[in-house]
Design a protein around this ligand. Structure first.
Ligand SMILES: [Ca+2]
Ligand SMILES: [Ca+2]
Ligand SMILES: [Ca+2]
Ligand SMILES: [Ca+2]
Length: 410
């Protein structure tokens, strides 16, 4: 046995330093065999140590090489210089060497979403490592492209429409379906919002319905006959042929149909108007070119104003000026149709009579009409104190007759 090199722990350490990484740790089975060699060749230990004590054994018969060549025969399938090997003795102590494994068909899975990769856990006795696939930008496809565990989560939202029609929806629907954006439907204008979705903040709101009566003063004629004879219960006719209106009480006494409601309340088009008392001035009559003003008994803020009136002896234009407590005014113009046969009318069928002979009720005529004024958003915050009118006719004939005012609250 003399001359057979023997590995010691010191020798093994030296061997490890120059060994390939996969041979960095001595196989324990080899250590067991080393013990036998030590016992048999104890006398040669000193010689062996001397032979292996140098800084290199390149070109020399290395102690481990020798051991492997003789002791590993039949036990391993490759030498230490080759890749680590599977020695077929699964689970025994000899298999504890790192990076060695059993080729049992097992796999390793790593990554999330589209980055998932599965590799064999063991190839050629070597434990394998698993590297996930490269992520990509998240797109709407029902997949987790960027491999963060969430599907389609970074697809941008869709926005469309303007004003109150503006709509925002998810860019991607479940299942990877690209969404579409549909703007909301336009609605009635409302102050401070772009409800009609034209990109401009609305400066006017809706007409406020129903309107409620606004008590005003400033009427200049009593043109409602509440009792016979009309000449004594009215102060002025409304046209060139001495006609005035009459009440239901007058009609009952006169034995004729029609007549304005004794309550003086007129309901039409969702608005309520209240006639002034029948025994006082109850209409504003303006001849061609004339102006007149109705003052609110209680100034207040309104969203819309509706003026009940008509013209006689023909239709005519009329200017309407809303006057606010801060001194500002809103001017608009309208036309008032003749009280016979104009359309559309607010009310008709109440008849008229002559101040001189109490005759000629006519039940499809006369008619009354409405001038509706929608206040601007800014004007709705103001206090309306009066409404002035001007008969725009240049001819002497048509008269403007204003009967009542109704208004909607903001
Ligand atoms: Ca994702
Ligand atoms: Ca995706
Ligand atoms: Ca608008
Ligand atoms: Ca009267």
């Amino acid at each position: 046995m003399a001359g057979i090199p023997v590995e010691t722990s010191a020798h093994v350490a030296a061997h490890r330093q120059k060994a390939a990484p996969n041979e960095g740790i001595l196989h324990r089975g080899r250590l067991a065999r080393l013990a036998i060699w030590s016992a048999l060749g104890g006398a040669a230990l000193a010689l062996s140590l001397a032979a292996c004590g140098g800084s290199t054994d390149v070109g020399n018969l290395d102690a481990i090489d020798v051991v492997d060549a003789e002791a590993d025969a039949g036990l391993t399938t490759a030498d230490d210089a080759a890749a680590p090997v599977e020695d077929g003795s699964s689970g025994d102590a000899a298999d504890a060497r790192p990076n060695e494994c059993e080729d049992d068909g097992g796999t390793i899975t790593c990554g999330k979403g589209e980055c998932v990769r599965t590799v064999p856990a063991c190839v050629g006795g070597r434990i394998q490592t698993c590297t996930p696939k490269e992520p990509s930008a998240e797109t709407c496809d029902g997949l987790d492209n960027d491999c963060d565990g969430e599907i389609d989560e970074d697809v941008a939202e869709l926005t469309c429409g303007v004003g109150t029609c503006k709509t925002t929806v998810p860019g991607c629907l479940p299942g990877g379906v690209t969404n579409t954006c549909t703007p909301g439907a336009p609605g009635p204008k409302t102050c401070g919002l772009d409800n009609d979705c034209d990109g401009v903040m609305d400066e006017t709101g809706p007409m406020m319905m129903p309107g409620t009566p606004v008590s005003v003063r400033g009427f200049n004629v009593d043109a409602i006959a509440e009792m016979k004879p009309a000449a004594t219960t009215t102060s002025s006719s409304l046209d060139l042929t001495a006609h005035v209106l009459y009440t239901q009480t007058y009609a009952a006494v006169a034995g004729i149909a029609g007549g304005l409601p004794n309550s003086g309340t007129i309901l039409a088009n969702g608005r309520q108007y209240q006639l002034a008392p029948f025994d006082k001035s109850n209409m504003l009559k303006l001849g061609a070119g004339q102006e007149g003003t109705l003052s609110l008994v209680t100034p207040a803020s309104f969203a819309s104003v509706s003026i009940l009136g008509f013209a006689t002896e023909g239709s005519t234009g009329v200017s309407v000026t809303l006057e606010y407590s801060d001194g500002s005014k809103d001017l608009s113009t309208a036309s008032l149709r003749d009280w016979y046969n104009g359309t559309p009318s607010i009310i008709y069928g109440f008849g008229r009579v002559s101040r001189t002979d109490d005759a000629e009720p006519s039940f499809n005529n006369p008619k009354m009409y409405a001038i509706d004024v929608n206040l601007s958003c800014a004007a709705r915050t103001k206090v309306l104190k009066s409404i002035s009118f001007k008969n725009l006719s240049l001819n002497p004939a048509p008269n403007v007759v204003i009967v009542a005012v109704s208004a909607g609250q903001p």
